[in-house]
Write a protein that binds this ligand. Structure first.
Ligand SMILES: *Cc1c(COP(=O)(O)O)cnc(C)c1O
Length: 219
């Protein structure tokens, strides 16, 4: 795999879905990857990355941002409320807004700073008890609540259950976004990003297919 091959597959998926080339944002998920792999992808010209852990991002991204000032980093992992203050300074977007307490915290920070990262609401489309995300039945009220706080909610995000066909989850997320007037759809990973593009993804989050397998001993 590697960046060039994934970009080629993404272009092909856009074309077969009748979508414009470059209409889908490729988030290169660099969590836990050795620095040399990430630096290689930066040197290849890629500028959009995803990370899961606030502390890890704090440790490695300041230096890379200095070397590559146009790099953009999105938070795609669960965000603890007590890390929100650090997170809003580290990330251009947060894909994991999933509860009222976090919305309240982000709204307070946005008012103090006069700006906020773009936000995606994470939806638990598979109704999995162990998984983060707003339940579909609670989603419309939650979005209304977040909008009432002036938060810049631009889309929805989901991680379908591992043992199920992802396509119905992607379609359901697209429906939920449309009915709420949201255009952003963060869905699709290494194993299923082409199906996500077919269902309307605007952001795909691809890690291992670009960088290779993750070794969590590196964390
Ligand atoms: C790690 C992660 C990814 C990337 O997963 P791959 O299977 O390596 O592409 C995408 N989305 C989220 C939310 C992740 O935590």
């Amino acid at each position: 795999m590697g960046l060039a091959q994934i970009k080629a597959r993404l272009r092909a998926a856009e074309a077969s879905a009748g979508r414009a080339a470059g209409s889908v944002n490729l988030i290169a998920v660099s969590k836990v990857q050795p620095p040399e792999r990430v630096e290689a992808v930066l040197r290849e010209g890629h500028r959009l990355f995803g990370e899961n852990y606030v502390q890890e991002t704090q440790g490695k991204w300041p230096a890379w941002r200095e070397a590559f000032p146009d790099a953009s980093v999105h938070m795609i992992g669960p965000l603890q409320t007590n890390k929100a203050k650090v997170a809003v300074d580290l990330f251009e977007a947060i894909h994991t807004l999933d509860r009222p307490s976090l919305a309240t915290k982000l709204a307070t920070l946005a008012q103090a700073r006069g700006q906020s990262p773009d936000l995606f609401v994470q939806v638990n489309t598979g109704l999995e008890p162990q998984k983060a995300g707003v339940l579909p039945d609670d989603l419309d009220a939650f979005i209304a609540q977040a909008r009432g706080m002036d938060l810049p909610v631009i889309g929805l995000m989901c991680i379908p259950p591992e043992d199920e066909d992802a396509a119905p989850h992607f379609a359901a997320l697209a429906d939920m976004a449309a009915r709420n007037g949201l255009t952003g759809l963060s869905m699709g990973m290494s194993s299923d990003f082409e199906a996500a593009v077919a269902a309307g993804a605007t952001h795909v989050r691809v890690g291992s297919a670009i960088f290779g397998a993750r070794d969590y001993a590196n964390r």
